[in-house]
Design a protein around this ligand. Sequence first.
Ligand code: KG4
Ligand code: ZN
Length: 342
Amino acid sequence: AKTLTLLGIESSCDDTAAAIVRGKKILSSVVYGQTSLHADFGGVVPEIAARAHAEKLDLCIEEALKIAKVKLSGLDGIAVTAGPGLIGGVVSGVMYAKGIAAATGLPLIGVNHLAGHALTPRLTGRIAFPYLMLLVSGGHCQFLIVEAHDSYKRIGGTIDDAPGEAFDKTARILGLPQPGGPAIEEVAATGDPGRFPMPRPLLGQEGCDMSFSGLKTAILRARDAVVAEKGGLTPQDQADLAAGFQDAVTAILTEKTRRALTVYLESAPKRPAFAVAGGVAANGPIRDSLQALCKEMKTQFTAPPAALCTDNAAMIAYAGQQRLAAGQTDDMQLSARPRWPL
Ligand code: KG4
Ligand code: ZN
């Protein structure tokens, strides 16, 4: 089979990204983050995000082509995130991709953002189907058995917030900067996780579902109690609260991964493998804990490099490549889908 070269476009949340991928070679991967644009608002503002995507796509795609030293005529297809995500941003990306496809006659391939994350371990490493995937980011948290590029079995996930969202909210409650994940990880390193024990909802229950929304309420209460007593938080209070929170998230993710692995191993895979991806997979203690669990359960552990765990377009180009090779292309009717389960 011919080695396919695709342009990938991603604009479903707060990163505008474009990439050129040839086979498993990432020729370029450009990401424009929007964190600073949303900093004053306590979260991603859809309207601001959509506008910033529309403004940045041009530059982003041009840069990706330039860095890769590839012309549009050297491409085999245009892959674009068609959902799930914030609709304004997804529409911007899809319209842009349609424009290029119409102008060049290249195949257009709509990609599910979650498939992009879920296939990244195969782009960056050697891992065979079927593998168990924990996709854990600011917007998502689910266990998937990845059977093929177009076949996923969801066996559990969060019933409320995503962990990244909980990290971000907890950072705000503690007066730490955004994005909250790295900020909490840093201060938690010097904290005592035992001082403020946090709830571990659903931990005792059957199944692979998780819940994180109770954690921020617990953090809020614990913070208010300290503030009521002393009039404010010392750096040690911050560190201890952050450590208590991070410890609870790690415990929930690890124990639920143990259950998900048990379900997956029942299908008797020849070479059992587990992968974690998404922004929260950048967290050291969480990664370490999952890796230790995999060792205990004799399962290969993989986590893509941090830059490919968080949102990027190389994963979209790679997922698009698999679809193109299977003849799964789209036409100008391709629509942007705010919700799109795998
Ligand atoms: O995958 P991503 O870039 O975007 C989404 O699709 O959501 O993930 C961003 C999320 C943010 O909530 C951020 O706080 C979290 O990932 N994150 C972390 C760490 N680095 C990023 N969470 C915990 N520990 C980290 N080191
Ligand atoms: Zn994502």
